[in-house]
Design a protein around this ligand. Structure first.
Ligand code: ADP
Ligand code: ADP
Length: 229
């Protein structure tokens, strides 16, 4: 059974059709990268999956339950998903530790569990010694690793990544895309990743979705897809 199923999704803004019939499904533990030029509808698709935008037609299912249709919209916080954006969006007045702990505390996880989970994530994301820092005291790469740790802490069914590395310099991007893909595979995290960067998509994806003008142009294993001009 797929974790995510998108069926016949359409979305227009005024008379502009941003999504023109999207069908795809994502299996547990799979990393899907959606690639395409600016304006092709990637962010709109991610927002429909997240529950931030309602489709005009079609439906979205998570773990077999319908979460979006033209007449139904389950809000993001009730979807057991987490998101990481390019601008990190950490809480600047909270320490690294508190940022990562926040979701678990809201879910009333036990203190021992929270402590152990954070120790694991701090180690996996190489954040040792930074637990008491505030986000403005961290580099961009460190902030993005905290954002990923925070998103993984509650073990979401699905992790959504929207241009996660776009604010980092080239050397860091190259390093982090490999590290992230390795980490997600090791943890078995199901990932829906959106980027305009072909190198990032080809480096991370188990399966690639190439979009063009609101529709899926190609979908398959990276080695079977050609790079879009
Ligand atoms: P991408 O993420 O691939 O760059 P988007 O999904 O952001 O593409 O946008 C797809 C198209 O829909 C673009 O032409 C964009 O201008 C338009 N669009 C996106 N969001 C809105 C909105 N809230 N209102 C009007 N037009 C929008
Ligand atoms: P308390 O122990 O006051 O009930 P918590 O549930 O927040 O509060 O803490 C559980 C454990 O997690 C603490 O014993 C502490 O070791 C660790 N911890 C909590 N907050 C932090 C923090 N900001 N930095 C480092 N460790 C923390």
């Amino acid at each position: 059974n797929p974790i995510l199923e998108v069926r016949g999704v359409h979305k227009s803004f005024g008379n502009y059709a941003a999504l023109r019939g999207i069908d795809l499904s994502v299996q547990k533990g799979e990393i899907i990268s959606v690639l395409g030029p600016s304006g092709c509808g990637k962010s709109t698709l991610l927002q429909v999956i997240a529950g931030l935008t309602q489709p005009d037609a079609g439906e979205v299912q998570l773990r077999g339950a319908q979460v979006a249709s033209p007449t139904r919209l389950v809000p993001p916080e009730k979807r057991n998903i987490n998101m990481v954006f390019q601008d990190y969006a950490l809480w600047p007045h909270m320490t690294v530790y508190e940022n990562i702990a926040y979701g678990l505390q809201r879910k009333k996880a036990k203190a021992d569990y929270i402590k152990a989970k954070i120790a694991e994530l701090v180690s996996l994301l190489r954040l040792e010694g930074l637990e008491q820092r505030l986000p403005p005291q961290l580099s961009g790469g460190q902030q993005q690793r905290v954002a990923i740790a925070r998103a993984l802490a509650t073990e979401p069914d699905l992790l959504l990544l929207d241009e996660p590395l776009s604010n980092l310099d080239m050397r860091l991007r190259i390093r982090m895309r490999t590290e992230m893909a390795y980490l997600f595979r090791r943890l078995g995290t199901t990932v829906f990743h959106v980027t305009h960067d072909p190198d990032e998509a080809f480096a991370m994806a188990d399966r690639l979705v190439i979009m063009r003008a609101g529709a899926i142009d190609q979908m398959g294993a990276p080695q079977d897809c050609y790079e879009q001009p």
